[in-house]
Design a protein around this ligand. Sequence first.
Ligand code: SAM
Length: 276
Amino acid sequence: MLYLIGTPIGNMGDISSRAAEVLNAVDYIACEDTRVTGILLKKIGAADKKLISYHEHNKASKGPEIIGLLKDGFDVAQVSDAGMPAISDPGEDLVALCIREGLDLTVIPGPVAAVTALVMSGLSTRYYHFEGFLPSTGSERRKRIEKLRGFDETIVLYEAPHRLKKLLSELEEAGFGECRAAFCRELTKRYEQVIRLTVSEAVSYYEQNEPKGEFVVCLEPLKEKNEPVDDALIDEQILSMRDSGMSVKQISGILSENTGISKKEMYRRVLNLLKS
Ligand code: SAM
């Protein structure tokens, strides 16, 4: 059996008794960083376990090796450095391999930074979109941010502290300035902090206060704020997306989703504007 096991996102007290029991019982533990997992295993009395390094850069070769162990009848646990495996962390590929090979797997659930932050944010939890990390640079990042404009549910982002200011200025540029946001930092740890500001307020706040620690950003959607969409704004967005190198098809796809105008109609509109 493969066990995907949730581990603490900061506070070691959050390891569940079932997670500790299974980690003690399995034959092998696949983990991202053996030093990080070693600290946890020591705490739960499982320091002698056989560890397999399994991370983003070796998962293609290590995945089949783990499948081989499972086929030989061993029990294997997979953990990430923090939180749930497969959530902005390795795990997804291993699950897919296991399913393909007809092997048994189960999950021992634990904390997830995104859900912990969402609950603390004070924003709507009825519908939410988990974005995780945006692509770090380039047109893929711009495309994702454009896409976020169309969502009408709370958006949950992961961001590294040294990139938070860049993210905020990009969100402000994309029109999110007036949207409320919660900046959830160091969750479950001693210096846990949640700051609730609009995106524009946060731009000024983090100019004065250097972001430190791990962040989850929960963001109010833009869509409700902007409705009804005005024509001049659509034209402006078409030109800006064209300038960022997007094709007519890409632009009309995104804007059709954001505005509710049909793809065909939006395609015609984009073509007309770009021809003129
Ligand atoms: N698998 C993890 C989960 O279940 O949440 C996420 C791992 S991802 C590689 C790491 C990112 O999660 C960090 O950059 C940060 O955005 C967020 N994160 C993890 N722990 C956190 C914490 N204690 N407080 C705030 N954000 C956290």
